[in-house]
Unconditional design. Sequence first.
Lengths: 433, 164
Amino acid sequence: MLPSTPSPQTLSQKIIARASGNEYVSPGEIVTCQLDMVLMHDSSGPRRIKSRLEALGAKVWDPSKVVLVSDHFVPATDPESAEILALTRQWAQDQHIGHFYDMQGICHVMLPQQGHLKPGMFLVGGDSHSPTGGAFGTFMVGIGATEMTGVLATGEIWIKVPETIRIDWDGVLPDGCSAKDIMLFLCAKLGMNNNYKVMEFGGSTIRAMSMYERMVMCNMSAELGGKTGIIEADTTTTQWITDTGASVDNSLLNWTSDTNCHYEARYRFDASVLVPQVAAPHSPENTHPVDTFAHIPVHQAYIGACTGAKLSDLHMAARVLKGRTVSKGTRLLIAPASVKTTNAATKDGTLEILTDAGAIILPTGCGACAGMGAGAIANGENCISSTSRNFKGRMGSPDSSVYLGSPYTVAASAVMGKIADPRPLLTPGTQEI
Amino acid sequence: MTALCGKAWVYGDKIDTDLLAPGPYMKAPLTELASHCLEAIDKDFAHQVAKGDVLVAGDAFGIGSSREQAAQVLVELGVSAVVAKSFARIFYRNALNLGLPVLFCPALANVEKGDIVSVDPVSGSVVNQTKAQSFQCEPIPEELMKIVNAGGLMPFLKGRFTPQ
Ligand code: SF4
């Protein structure tokens, strides 16, 4: 049951109020919240917090509430990364961490895939794309390693109650467009400096989206500079949770913003007029319709990351690549977001379509997205990528150029050998993302 | 805390975490990672920055990943404070948690590389001594200054636990 509130609140306010033991919280107020769950990975996790916790003389406040995922340095490519992974494993065992996923997938995908997220939860993650969890009606923010140490030791964190910006999308997305295009469009429209604000997404377009696509919306709230992203729960949310085998009760559907709650700003967009979008180097903000970049040759096309390599993303790529081949002189690398994704894509025939087209399948993990694994790019090369960021040097040489696009656009560009509009290349059929 | 003072290093908007702590060196020890700080836009910075120097920047300083090393390399290189128009929130929290004073200062203008700048995080006063100009910034909230004064969140929390 939600507490009765003296005045209307946004979904984020309600969750923060519940987690801080208040009936009502107002934007700007600093409150201390109890954590329902904490997410960490191998890069920002044990290797950085173990010695600090020891120095404090503190233990993990509740190991059953910790989800630890090795995804950044996997599989080990050298002795240093092997050591980091070994340390992570050992720490998980020593601390009796409740949920440890070793090379099973990218943390933001593992969390919902394993049924850990439920509407109304208050979480932090040791990663900047932690807002992804907001797709499930949770309030989830990213924090750094020192703060994570404090959180693990105490089970609580101070937070300034944020203002919420409501962004509604209505209408049917044209075939060949996806949540990724929406978010790139928003990066150009709203800029990347929406600091400390929650981006609450709604409208008929969002309601019609799968959970995978909603995850992209919240994931890239980080690129808008927001504190987090959030989407109110509905039956699509509860169906996902039921499918993971976790329990669901009807009260979960009550985690919505009150009518007449205060939004700092409201935006409305028409999805039906969207065209595929591409972000040019070196910022997601440099987004324009795909045609603007149609002449640019592509050396590497990359489908990967928590943002762009889930099952729905592989399905999008397959709709373009079916019966086609990757252009000579271009390499298409695909790193599925989790082992379960690879498994499902094998069973439903998607993987065969991708490899028939000449795609190279890389290990599951963050990989080239963070410039840590296979798939780095050389000086002077252009890469088009389904990841979320194209900061200078992120995927390899500082003198390389990374363009961002949807999995449709990345696949189409791989086929054409240059940045290309995917719409003429789509195999007929309904968009099922 | 006494005023922090040093040469200014001046950068623009959106200095991101990948510029501060480049991914390819993230596995390396902190000193090595620090030697690559900002190299994609300024090859001299990491080698010429001196203890006490102050970073001056535009909007969204520290945007990008949650990697704490983005703030830690600045501490390692001796930077005494960062003054920017605005900060990405994870970077802001990381910096204070590591004891690095970071101040919002939309009013700050006219600072050039090498100017001697002093910063008082408690009053929020920033003085460009070279040009004899002073600016009022947002002071760091008192609650958070306790963390900065302790040298960061770890030393601050120490009292709450009995060391083993
Ligand atoms: S896939 Fe990329 S964006 Fe996602 S968690 Fe890994 S490094 Fe971050």
